[in-house]
Design a protein around this ligand. Structure first.
Ligand SMILES: *Cc1c(COP(=O)(O)O)cnc(C)c1O
Length: 473
């Protein structure tokens, strides 16, 4: 047979659609347009394959009959029906994993989201007198009450908070920052770039590992508007290092009437060292030490929705709130709702540790992690072709917080005589509920810190789908 014979025998789009419906394999909810589109794509693909075929052999492998093309249409439809944003299981042990959605929300925050999405609310409406209100009041009072700050403003994320502060308070003027703090986070937040965007001029002082108060002092000119400290987040300079503290910088800022901005990054509200973790500067400490403005993320260690929280002096916050950029960076009602619920947990810090998933995972009871690992290992070892072992390991906090902190954890290490670790990792990623894991020493490692008890069975199912995949008909 020649190419033209193959082309002639190729099913029409219409015949293919008929064949798809005859096979009755597609679920009822699939729109007709999608079946049509998928059938067209399949027919086009086959036609191209025929035209591109270089020899008899490759032509012989091409199917042209409607019945035989049905599975291709079904696959195409399935791919198009698949949601883009999907639930996954985080078995990496990285609690605040930016690529996997950072913090999970508390039950109360989820309820608040549902209520805010389902009903009208007083987002910008004063119930006392029926006049127009500000969406900031819902969070502002609570934030000030919790932290002792004079005033608060919440924007879209912490990058926005830094951009707004720099734009509103230092545009066209100079901001002095230590070289050791010119950070890039996750490839998208680069302090020098944010600075450039704000119109403020960056003045770098000190060296990578050492910056003294005198370095800042010498850099101050009549053009200087601000001193800024940025939390180094996901890296640390070790060994022979020195940075000026907030207290010292506050003294200098006072002397020259400059604004002191502290970008805390993660911004913890509770002292984590009380739970055996490394000390991370708390928001209150920074304010007490004299930072005029402190900003941090809502979805890192705070454990809430994406947001950028700015706290500090009322006169400065007022300038930020009035800036046109504030309108462009404002938070939506869903964020307000989830953040208010998250912040409320902190009214009782003890309970915050159990109710806010991020804090609960960071401080998880090792025995509970071990129990979960044993349960999973048992389920996996029962599957053909899998070997599973409970091991001690370390997890990371993530989100640029506690970068040097090893959190002792329990994990399951899996190997298979018939599948390489890379193959298993790929299979888990492509499972119906994808499981994201690590590979170490040619073993697949599933860290139980970020896995819930309910997810153990789903992980076992994901493994079952790799080791004994459905045999195609
Ligand atoms: C994470 C981080 C940011 C960016 O915060 P987003 O909420 O992701 O916008 C800015 N500065 C520091 C120091 C950070 O750690």
């Amino acid at each position: 047979m020649e190419k033209k014979d193959y082309l002639r025998s190729l099913s029409s789009v219409n015949d293919l659609i008929q064949a798809v419906y005859r096979s009755r394999k597609l679920g009822g909810g699939v729109p007709r347009e999608l079946v049509t589109e998928a059938s067209r794509v399949v027919i086009d693909g086959v036609r191209e394959a025929i035209l591109a075929a270089r020899d008899e052999m490759s032509l012989e492998n091409i199917r042209t009959d409607a019945e035989e093309l049905v599975p291709l249409v079904e696959k195409e439809v399935e791919e198009r029906m698949q949601w883009s944003l999907r639930r996954i299981i985080n078995a990496t042990g990285v609690v605040v994993h930016t690529n996997l959605g950072r913090s999970l929300l508390s039950g109360a925050a989820l309820e608040a989201l549902a209520t805010a999405g389902s009903y009208y609310n007083n987002l910008e409406f004063k119930l006392e007198d029926g006049s127009r209100g500000s969406r900031q009041v819902h969070l502002g009072k609570l934030l000030c009450e919790l932290t002792g700050a004079e005033s608060a403003l919440v924007v879209n994320n912490n990058a926005a908070a830094v951009l707004l502060a720099l734009t509103a308070l230092a545009s066209g003027r100079e901001v002095v920052v230590s070289r050791g703090q010119l950070i890039e986070i996750g490839g998208s937040f680069r302090l020098p770039d944010v600075m450039a965007q704000s119109g403020a001029r960056l003045v770098e002082v000190g060296t990578t590992n050492k910056t003294y108060l005198e370095d800042y002092r010498r850099a101050i000119t009549s053009e200087t508007a601000m001193l800024m400290r940025a939390h180094p987040s996901n890296y640390r300079i070790m060994g022979f290092t020195s940075e000026a503290g907030i207290e010292e910088l506050a003294g200098l800022a006072r002397e020259y009437e400059l604004v002191l901005l502290d970008d805390l990054g993660s911004g913890v509200y509770v002292d984590l060292s009380s739970r055996g973790l490394a000390y991370e500067p708390t928001v209150m400490r920074s304010l007490e030490e004299g930072a005029h403005l402190v900003c941090f993320s809502g979805d890192k260690l705070l454990g809430g929705p994406q947001a950028g929280i700015i706290l500090g002096r009322k006169d400065l916050i007022d300038v930020l709130a009035r800036h046109p950029l504030a309108r462009a960076l404002r938070v939506d009602k869903l964020t307000v709702a989830a953040l208010e619920a998250t912040l409320r947990h902190y009214l009782d810090p003890e309970r915050a540790f159990s109710e806010i998933p991020t804090l609960a995972m960071l401080t998880a009871d090792p025995d509970a992690l071990r129990g979960r690992a044993r349960k999973l290992a048992k389920k996996l070892a029962a599957q053909d072709d899998l070997e599973a072992e409970v091991i001690e390991d370390v997890s990371r906090a993530g989100g640029g917080a506690l970068p040097m902190e090893d959190l002792p954890t329990w994990a399951v290490a899996v190997t298979s005589p018939s599948h390489s670790a890379n193959l298993i990792e790929k299979g888990l990623r492509e499972a119906e509920t994808p499981v994201i894991c690590r590979i170490s020493d040619d073993r697949v490692i599933l860290d139980m810190r970020t896995v819930s008890d309910d997810e153990v069975a789903l992980i076992a199912e994901a493994f079952a789908s790799i080791v004994s995949p459905d045999i195609p008909e």
